[in-house]
Design a protein around this ligand. Structure first.
Ligand SMILES: [Zn+2]
Length: 176
């Protein structure tokens, strides 16, 4: 098991809801970027940048720390370079275990965008929107099982499906 996987395990479930919230922020940020002009109407970037200005002294070293953590874990540091200032600001106050879990989720999101199943996502579930998909066994374990499949109304691949991108599939089962 690599260090990051170990960190994730030790971080346990307590860190996960907060981290998932942050991942949603990261994902919505990506979708905002893709929506371009539409977002500009509601959310002026210069105004956001100005509101972050007082935090610049905090965000710069925090981003540098995230970069160092990512490099230490052998991760693609571009995930950190691409983070919006608001996403970095959301990391204020997190400890290294939580930051590593956040970085790991960023890498998982990038994997899914690229059509790759994140390492460790070895459980097959049936998402209401996506159909059969691979997710982490810890998530599959808490889902209700119907007709032999753990079932969910949504999953980490939903945003990939909505973007029209490729989803690698677990083998189909009879009766699903
Ligand atoms: Zn889904």
């Amino acid at each position: 098991m690599n260090a990051l996987a170990e960190l994730r395990k030790r971080a346990g479930t307590s860190a996960i809801p907060a981290i998932q919230g942050r991942q949603r922020v990261a994902e919505s940020q990506e979708s905002q970027e893709s929506q371009g002009m539409e977002v500009e109407k509601y959310f002026s970037r210069p105004a956001v940048s100005a509101s972050l200005a007082p935090l610049a002294d905090t965000l710069k070293p925090l981003r540098a720390h995230l970069l160092a953590l990512a490099a230490a874990e052998g991760m693609d540091v571009d995930h950190v370079h691409r983070l919006h200032g608001l996403d970095v600001a959301a990391c204020i106050g997190l400890d290294d275990v939580q930051l590593a879990a956040y970085l790991s989720l960023l890498a998982d999101t990038a994997d899914r965008h690229a059509g790759r199943v994140p390492a460790g996502d070895t459980a097959a579930i049936h998402c209401e929107g996506c159909g059969p998909v691979w997710i982490h066994p810890n998530i599959a374990a808490v889902l209700p099982v119907v007709d032999g499949w753990p079932r969910a109304l949504g999953c980490p691949w939903c945003f990939v499906r909505k973007a029209g991108d490729y989803i690698p599939r677990p083998p189909a089962r009879a009766g699903v």
